[in-house]
Design a binder for this molecule. Structure first.
Ligand code: SF4
Length: 361
């Protein structure tokens, strides 16, 4: 339940909610965001309870940890057990692979170290030049430039296991899921600071789909919903930027240039969703020495993304709510996650669990 008093500007929030109610869509209108931080804002501030019944906000695949395919975890585990020191972000350790996780690899004697930034991994590798390190690089367009920057100047004993994914192809994928019937997208503010507005233009121009790039305050999200409803009311499909205080139309040209120097855009597997065209970043051929798989002669095999009963593939596309998964807060909870969506603070199931969600009986 939301109380408007918890908003930084309760009066503005009240006006927006009233405005949204006045727009009163004649039929159910589904607004989809693709960002773990947006989901946190929506859930934490109880925005769904403020909106009219006919306006539904659903969460798409916007959590970088949740979308990591089991095959990528499997090769990280294999590398760790082969004696390569794996450095990565804390959340990644508990993501299930086909058979085990990096936490289990560590328990079996693998050297798996948590870092808070890629620079920590670089420092470690420089400090121990006789040891082989690999940085398990995950995230969307927001973190990919940081990886690219280090790839271009990495010490010889540091290689990269890259598992970066791109957001616009995931949005395009959602439009192909027939029964979702999305009416508008809220695009993620931080990804958009890097890529700018152009990559979203296809949605308004080719798919007739409103897109509003939004920031992360609850007011930002309410404004974005209001902007989308105004468009749908007039049967318009425009690309709008609610987050112009941070997002420039052209994005971050330096970051984009770094990405273009280090990576090719390729097809990529997303946990539970299969292979999406042009949705992942692979190191360019000239960085073969920095590619952990090539350097250590490993190949990704087809992994097993979902444990029996896990509904992450449906939660990640907003088709069901976490509370509709039979494992939610039964055998799967933040202390013992069974699916990837319960691991990270950006995962929809974990966010719902942390806000008192219970399973629908
Ligand atoms: Fe997957 Fe657990 Fe969420 Fe079910 S509750 S969808 S098993 S993460």
């Amino acid at each position: 339940m939301s109380t408007l008093t918890s908003f930084r500007d309760p009066e503005l929030a009240k006006r927006l909610v009233n405005d949204i109610k006045k727009l009163h869509p004649p039929h159910k209108t589904v607004v989809c965001h693709v960002c773990g931080t947006h989901e946190w804002t929506v859930t934490h501030f109880g925005l769904r309870t403020l909106l009219p019944d006919l306006v539904e906000v659903i969460a798409g695949p916007g959590c970088p940890v949740c979308v990591l395919p089991a095959a990528d975890i499997d090769v990280a585990v294999e590398l760790a057990l082969k004696g390569v020191t794996i450095t990565t972000f804390g959340d990644v350790l508990r993501v299930p692979g086909s058979q085990s996780s990096l936490v289990e690899a560590k328990a079996q004697g693998g050297d798996v170290r948590v870092v808070y930034s890629i620079q920590n991994a670089v420092k470690m590798a420089k400090k121990e030049p006789d040891r082989e390190f690999a940085f398990f690089a995950i995230g969307f367009e927001t973190t990919a430039p940081l990886t690219a920057n280090e790839v271009l100047k990495a010490p010889p004993n540091l290689s990269f296991l890259t598992s970066h994914r791109l957001i616009p192809p995931a949005m395009e994928f959602l439009l192909g899921v027939g029964d979702l019937q999305i009416d508008g997208f809220i695009a993620p503010g931080h990804v958009s600071t890097i890529i700018g507005l152009e990559p979203y233009r296809v949605f308004s121009e080719a798919y007739n789909m409103p897109v509003v790039v939004a920031g992360f305050e609850p007011i930002d999200v309410l404004i974005a919903v209001d902007m989308i409803l105004r468009q749908t009311k007039k049967s318009e499909a425009k690309l709008e930027n609610e987050y112009s205080r941070a997002v420039k139309p052209e994005g971050n040209l330096k970051a984009l240039s770094l990405m273009a120097q280090a990576f090719n855009v390729v097809e990529g597997r997303w946990r539970g969703l299969g292979r999406l065209p042009q949705s992942a970043l692979a190191l360019k051929e000239e960085f073969v020495e920095q590619d952990a798989l090539q350097k250590h002669h490993l190949r990704k095999k087809k992994g097993k993304d979902l444990l029996p009963g896990c509904q992450c593939h449906l939660v990640m596309i907003g088709k069901i709510k976490p509370s509709e998964c039979p494992l939610f807060m039964e055998t799967c909870n933040p202390n013992e996650p069974k699916g990837a969506c319960m691991v990270s603070n950006e995962g929809t199931c974990r966010i719902w669990a942390q806000h008192g969600g219970t399973r629908i009986q």
